[in-house]
Each structure stands twice: as structure tokens, then as C-alpha cells.
Design a protein around this ligand. Structure first.
Ligand code: XIL
Length: 331
């Protein structure tokens, strides 16, 4: 009694008619986007585009450990439930993102040691996966385990548990869900080089040890420099291991203000990204890290850069949107 459910105000621009549907043009590949939980709640235009354009959704932050369990034992599933309910309602796949990552962990996890940490990580994987069961078919089990030089990143997991934490996470995930696609996701490993080589060696080692891994995700956070040389060949060598690959977080950050030439160059980079995936039969999905400049992580994390997505802040299509649509239709 007396508790008034706050009615959320509808905000944001209305959706404008787009010249097509990305998801309908993509054949049997999934086209996805990261979803901003606030926009999902407050912005009808945003929701309309999500429904019309995408066959897959990834919670941008709502399934990160710091959001799910800010204090030990106080678990808050609201945002994650909202995303999964929405996806169910609209027949979309969900990429669960992400179970074990150095970033966005609650302070209490970062403070754990040794065996206790190991048990807590296992429990976190189990409870999160079991809550959603078949409703989440793909999981980024491990995210960003490497530094750019190919050394393991010094996360709490690496420091306390040693190299074996990656294997342990995949084995735990398989026990929690026998059918889910289990992914290893990495940033900045698109081109051949120390990081990508380390990732490749790790995948081979996991496979040799019988560790259940189904796919490798390449985030594809690009800039005006375009897609790196060797992108396609690099994805192909992973696919040749008998795995699926995926583009999991594509965006193209530009220096602000971005002029027409920069936006055209951006469109080509998005096109190349999509075409690279389409050229590889085992590349199953292309996910963008947000689809409108209203909600993109770039301005907050890379000051002076932005306009990194397909639609502008008013949900109008940029050249990038048109080039992605065209590339999908040419498939
Ligand atoms: C980012 C989100 O977009 C931001 O909102 C948040 O503040 C930080 O994390 N690689 C990943 C994503 O795997 O989870 C990150 O998302 C971007 C880089």
C-alpha cells in the first residue's frame, strides 16, 4: 500500500521509416545490437527499431556482474529479465554478455582470493545461465582475457586462479547448459598479431583438452582507419578450427565533428565488416554495439569521438545504415 509504481515517461524521437530491415535481409545470419536498458524502458522509437531491424540482442550492461550482484547475495535480475522478456516477445536470439570478464565486476568479487573466488565464479556462471535456460542460447562465457601484447590480462581471475580460469569457466558453463553456444569474446583481435595469435593458441589448447567451446567473438570496435588488413583471413583461421565465429560489438568511432567524407568512410568500414562475416560460412552473426548515436559507449569512453553507429541521434539512417543494408541484400 502506498507504493506507487512510477510510470516511466515515454521519451526520445519516434522511429522514422527506414529503407529496409536488416534482419530480414540477412538470410540465416543473425543481425544483432547491444541494448541500452534505459532506452528499452523509456523510448518507444528505440524499441520499434529494435523489433524491426534486429534478430538478436545483447544486453549492453544489464548482465554484467556489477549490475547483477552489486553486493554479495543481493541479486538484481530486473534489467536482464527485461531484455530476455523483450527478446522472447519478439522472437529474438539473446547473446548473454558476459559471465567472466575483468571489467564491471563488483568490488566484493575483486577482493576475493583463491578457492573462494573459484567457487564464487562457478556459482555465478551456474545461477546466471540456469535462470534463463534456453531463453539465452549464446553466452560470452569469457570476455577479453588478453592484453594487446598477447599476455594474459591481469584480472583478479588471472592473478588468483592462474591460466586455468578460462578452461574452468567453459567447463562450468557446459554443465549449466548442455545446449548453449559457448563463446570466447575478445577486443582488438581482428587482425593477425600478438593478441590474435595468443587467442588462437588458447582456442587450440582448449580444444585439445576437450574443453567445450563453440565459438569465438570478434568485437570489431573500429575507427576511421577501417577494418585491419588480414581481418578475413584471421576469422577464417579460427573457423577452420571447426568453430563458429561472430562479429559481436561492431561500431566505427569518428572524430567529432564528423563531416560527410568521414561518414562515407565509416559506411565503407561497416560494409567491409559485414561483408567479411558474410564471406565466411561459419560466421553466424553480426552484432552492432548499439544502433543509434543516442546510445553509444564511444563519447563517454573516448572523449572527442562519437557518431559510431548506424542511425543518428534522431534515429535517422546514416550512410552506414544504407551500406550495411546493401551489403546484406547483396549476400
Ligand atoms: C561497455 C558499455 O558499452 C558501456 O556502457 C560500459 O560503461 C562499459 O562497457 N567490450 C565489451 C563491452 O565487451 O561489454 C563493453 O561495453 C565495450 C567493450
Amino acid at each position: 500500500m502506498g507504493v506507487v509504481q512510477k510510470v516511466r515517461e515515454a521519451r526520445g524521437p519516434s522511429a522514422v521509416a527506414l529503407p529496409g530491415s536488416l534482419k530480414k535481409s540477412a538470410g540465416d545470419r543473425l543481425v544483432g545490437t547491444a541494448v541500452d536498458d534505459r532506452a528499452l524502458q523509456d523510448e518507444p522509437g528505440y524499441r520499434e527499431n529494435l523489433i524491426g531491424q534486429f534478430s538478436s540482442v545483447t544486453p549492453e550492461n544489464a548482465m554484467k556482474w556489477a549490475v547483477l550482484e552489486p553486493e554479495r547475495g543481493r541479486v538484481d535480475w530486473k534489467g536482464a529479465d527485461r531484455l530476455v522478456d523483450f527478446a522472447d516477445e519478439h522472437g529474438q536470439a539473446v547473446r548473454g554478455h558476459t559471465l567472466v570478464w575483468f571489467g564491471q565486476n563488483p568490488g566484493w568479487v575483486d577482493a576475493l582470493k583463491g578457492d573462494e573466488l573459484r567457487q564464487v565464479v562457478r556459482e555465478h556462471i551456474r545461477t546466471t545461465m540456469e535462470r534463463y535456460g534456453r531463453r539465452v542460447g549464446i553466452w560470452d562465457v569469457v570476455n577479453e582475457p588478453f592484453e594487446d601484447d598477447g599476455k594474459r590480462r591481469q584480472s583478479v581471475f588471472q592473478r588468483e586462479l592462474g591460466d586455468g580460469w578460462v578452461e574452468d569457466a567453459f567447463r562450468t558453463a557446459r554443465v549449466a547448459d548442455a545446449d548453449a553456444k559457448l563463446y570466447l569474446n575478445e577486443i582488438g583481435a581482428e587482425a593477425p598479431g600478438p593478441k590474435s595469435d595468443a587467442l588462437f593458441a588458447l582456442v587450440k589448447q582448449l580444444q585439445a583438452g576437450g574443453v567445450p567451446i563453440d565459438g569465438v567473438g570478434f568485437q570489431a570496435h573500429f575507427t576511421r582507419d577501417g577494418v585491419p588488413d588480414g581481418f578475413r583471413a584471421n576469422l577464417e583461421r579460427f573457423a577452420a578450427l571447426g568453430l563458429d565465429v561472430a562479429i559481436t560489438e561492431a561500431d566505427v568511432a569518428l572524430k567529432l565533428p564528423a563531416g560527410r567524407a568521414a561518414l562515407r568512410k565509416q559506411a565503407r568500414t561497416f560494409r567491409d565488416t559485414v561483408e567479411t562475416c558474410l564471406a565466411i560460412p561459419r560466421c553466424r552473426s553480426i552484432t552492432f554495439w548499439g544502433f543509434t548515436d543516442r546510445h553509444s559507449w564511444i563519447p563517454a569512453t573516448q572523449p572527442g569521438r562519437g557518431t559510431a553507429t548506424l542511425l543518428d541521434e534522431e534515429l535517422r539512417p546514416k550512410p552506414a545504415y544504407r551500406s550495411v543494408l546493401k551489403a546484406l541484400r547483396r549476400r
